[in-house]
Design a protein around this ligand. Structure first.
Ligand SMILES: Cc1cc2nc3c(=O)[nH]c(=O)nc-3n(C[C@H](O)[C@H](O)[C@H](O)COP(=O)(O)OP(=O)(O)OC[C@H]3O[C@@H](n4cnc5c(N)ncnc54)[C@H](O)[C@@H]3O)c2cc1C
Length: 296
């Protein structure tokens, strides 16, 4: 069986950053990636908030991160990790022993599943207000959702866009009272409750959304729709090895240690307020340096 100092599960920004730090510390590193290196950022058309890389596409940035890992001598295998037993990671292609394991499996955006959603991703449909909000300065936008993320997105967008519609399927919000109050103070936010989003309209890009409000159909003209209905952490395979919280995120007391010795977490796979590139790569660096310190 192949043995490594560190096996990193997930080749997104967190996993690749962890790999760079571990390789520069002269460790033998394996990155396991089930799809494509770069993770969720590959879907970003135009990154505006990553220091030093203004206007780069997610694909381009992912390729550069991957090349950096390869140049430093890191091994990347395109296999899905299925579980961990006694510091051995089992995948759909083999088994790999490690002194330390970093879980960097990320979290997928939950989808609404309505007509037009997939078609208009990157053309008006966004899952990240902090990433794409500035593209809609002085435009009309909608936020779909009723939890904390939706409220925070609406407040953030109200400072950028001309008008923000907040579309929520229930009759009241689930998010923090303080954020609800703050949102209500913005004159350019219109809340539409008991409203089910039905269809996204547009040709080349988004032009509107159709909602069903108490049984009546309403068409709202917007240039962008921000989906804020939550995330699905991708950590289910490791539930027998590390503790997960009620939402499926990997539990951590300090942002890096999991409940199991020698297994660390980095990036969106742990619960945090800001799911972004900068926080993911920061997590990866901290997880790798902590793992190295503790294995020596
Ligand atoms: C459309 C879009 C645009 C965005 N734009 C920006 C932006 O402009 N700026 C910004 O800062 N952030 C942006 N983000 C957010 C950013 O992409 C994420 O916060 C970041 O990618 C998280 O990195 P991560 O490595 O923790 O997780 P991920 O990027 O989710 O990577 C996790 C990786 O692990 C792999 N994986 C999962 N399970 C397994 C397994 N069992 N075995 C092997 N591999 C596995 C997945 O295939 C994936 O490649 C955007 C996100 C999206 C979706």
């Amino acid at each position: 069986m192949n043995e490594y100092d560190i096996v990193i599960i997930g080749g997104g920004p967190a996993g690749l950053s962890a790999a760079i730090y571990a390789l520069r510390a002269d460790k033998k590193v394996l990155v396991l990636e089930s799809k494509a290196c770069g993770g969720r950022i590959v879907a970003a058309r135009d990154i505006q908030n990553y220091p030093g890389m203004m206007g780069v596409s997610g694909y381009e940035l992912a390729k550069k991160m991957q090349a950096q890992v390869e140049e430093l001598g890191g091994e990347i295998r395109y296999e899905r990790a299925m579980g961990i037993k006694d510091k051995v990671v089992c995948t759909d292609g083999g088994s790999y022993k490690a002194k330390a394991i970093i879980l960097a499996t990320g979290a997928e955006n939950r989808k609404l599943g309505i007509y037009g959603e997939d078609q208009f991703v990157g053309k008006g449909v966004s899952y990240c207000a902090t990433c794409d909000g500035s593209l809609y300065k002085d435009k009309n936008v909608a936020v779909v959702g009723g939890g904390n993320t939706a409220l925070e997105d609406a407040i953030y967008l109200a400072g950028v866009a001309k008008k923000v519609y907040v579309i929520h399927r229930r009759s009241e919000f689930r998010g923090d009272k303080a954020d609800i109050k703050k949102m209500n103070d913005f004159s350019n936010i219109e809340v539409i409750l008991s409203a089910n989003a039905r269809e996204i309209l547009g040709e080349e890009k988004v032009t509107g959304i159709v909602v069903d409000v108490d049984g009546e159909e309403r068409e709202i003209k917007v240039d962008a729709i921000f989906m804020a209905i939550g995330y699905e952490p991708q950590a289910g395979e490791f539930a027998n090895s590390v503790e997960l919280d009620g939402d499926g995120y990997i539990k951590t007391r300090d942002g890096v240690h999991t409940s199991a010795e020698g297994i660390y977490v980095a990036g969106d796979a742990r619960k945090k307020d800001l799911k972004q590139l900068v926080t993911a790569v920061s997590d990866g660096a901290i997880a790798a340096t902590t793992a190295i310190k503790e294995m020596e």
